[in-house]
Design a protein around this ligand. Sequence first.
Ligand code: SAM
Length: 316
Amino acid sequence: MNQVSQPKFRHTPVLVDEVCALMINDRSGVYIDGTFGLGGHSKAISLLLNADATLIGIDQDESALAQFDSSLIKQTLHLRCTNFENLDQVLVDLNVTKVHGILLDLGLNSFSLDDPERGFAFSLDGPLDMRFDRSNEFTAETVINDYSQEQLADIMYRFGEERNSRRIARKIVDMRTKKRLTQIDELREAVAGCVDPRFRNKSLARVFQAFRIEVNREMDVLETILNTSIQVLAPAGRIAVISYHSLEDRMVKNHFRDLSQDIPRQPGMHDSEVKVPLLKRISGKPVIASQEESESNPRARSAKLRVAERTSHAAD
Ligand SMILES: C[S@@+](CC[C@H](N)C(=O)[O-])C[C@H]1O[C@@H](n2cnc3c(N)ncnc32)[C@H](O)[C@@H]1O
């Protein structure tokens, strides 16, 4: 086997058959993989598309895109290193006006999680970084050292649903009066000092998730792309979102629900009360991984896939 041609890291795409079955509606269409990663989903999507289809892969992590062997995609492939919140600009640059499918497989790649230098995993030792896009200057170190105690507590509560958020924030502020906190083990120590050892790992997961969401503005960028998607999806085009925590899933669920509403005009109704459905939900309940997939790929255990289709009503 030729070792040189092997990708450096492996990432098993989650719910890949379900994404392909539910999202692809036009085999000659334009498809956006907004979270390209190592291209696992894109490769599978490409196998089902006709040669005249187009794939646009976006990822803000250039180390992910750099590993991809583009010869694996038989259609036209455009790779862009940017935040998916810039999708509208990417499409303007490529002269694309409508797309037929958008996939968002949120979160981070296994190889980023496993890299101690990225600071995502609470079990590893490395810097307090947590950036998806390493060209940004804003890191977890900035948040942890420069935010007020109240802001720290709010982030852990809001984005991590961590019940001990106030105590942990107080401990962080106490620790940082002695020295600037720069390492994962220091955040681990702050959490460990405030939580019963039996629940420590769960709290650590919640706290790390919360700071990661803040560093990468994950909720804001998700809201932006959900809104952009409505503008760029062709009628019958589909959006598929895989989320890994309840905050993201709730945002996707509510967005799909709100835009699926059909409230016809009644006498005496104000214009703002009338709603035409811009989306049709393809999956009522979220699609989750089979037991077999969950056993073979632990990342799949928390995954929830929701899919919606653009109607032909005009958005204005
Ligand atoms: C779960 S992985 C996707 C894996 C991919 N589906 C595959 O099969 O290889 C998520 C990827 O999305 C990227 N990402 C997360 N948020 C992003 C954003 N706002 N804009 C662009 N890329 C983003 C991360 O850098 C990561 O590579």
